[in-house]
Design a protein around this ligand. Structure first.
Ligand SMILES: [Fe+2]
Ligand SMILES: [Fe+2]
Length: 195
């Protein structure tokens, strides 16, 4: 009979595979990004992600198991979508906003996975594993928050491109980007994920 421990170890193997794929994908995403702050954020999360691989090896060890990976189809798909955005939006003002959204989908998948793994490690009575998984979860959350900040700091707005101003904008006196109409800001805000 398969139990929570089997489920835990299977999911752990899934994330071990996922993290190693993300280690390969992040440099490509950083290279594709044209916003210097986004490049830096992706490179800095690469360092953390390399640490996640090592932490997962320690989690396996803490259960007396050898680290193993099993293909994480969800991550394969999410990273493929990121590649598509990088190719389809190359040279577009929406490139960085697209890369941020692709990266945030990966972070959210990781947050859901580590949230469960952390809970399960606690239930299985392995405090060392629970603590390592919580450390990873916290870094995924911070990475996601940083991406939200970068989207709001101008990347989403830049993605609007040289759109025709709305009829109300045309009548109104010229305003700076910071004081745009609530409609434009509202659309911009909903374009990125909240915490
Ligand atoms: Fe990670
Ligand atoms: Fe991550």
């Amino acid at each position: 009979m398969k139990t929570l421990k089997n489920l835990f170890l299977d999911e752990l193997a899934d994330m071990y595979d996922a993290e190693r794929r993300i280690v390969k994908a992040l440099p490509k995403m950083a290279k594709a990004a044209t916003c210097p702050d986004l490049k830096a954020a992706l490179q800095s999360h690469l360092k953390e992600t390399e640490g996640h691989v090592r932490k997962l090896e320690q989690v396996f060890q803490s259960f007396g198991e050898k680290a193993r990976g099993q293909t994480c189809e969800a991550t394969v798909g999410l990273l493929e979508e990121g590649d598509e955005i990088a190719a389809d939006f190359k040279g577009s003002p929406a490139l960085n906003a697209g890369l941020i959204s692709a990266a945030q989908k990966v972070e959210h998948y990781e947050m859901a996975s580590y949230g469960c793994l952390h809970e399960w490690a606690g239930l299985l009575g392995n405090q060392k594993a629970a603590s390592l998984l919580e450390q990873i979860l916290d870094e995924e959350k911070s990475a996601n928050e940083k991406l939200t900040e970068l989207a709001r700091a101008g990347n989403n707005e830049e993605a609007l491109g040289e759109e025709e101003p709305s009829s109300t904008d045309r009548l109104a006196p010229k305003r700076s980007a910071k004081s745009r109409s609530p409609g434009v800001m509202g659309r911009n805000r909903t374009g990125s994920l909240s915490r």
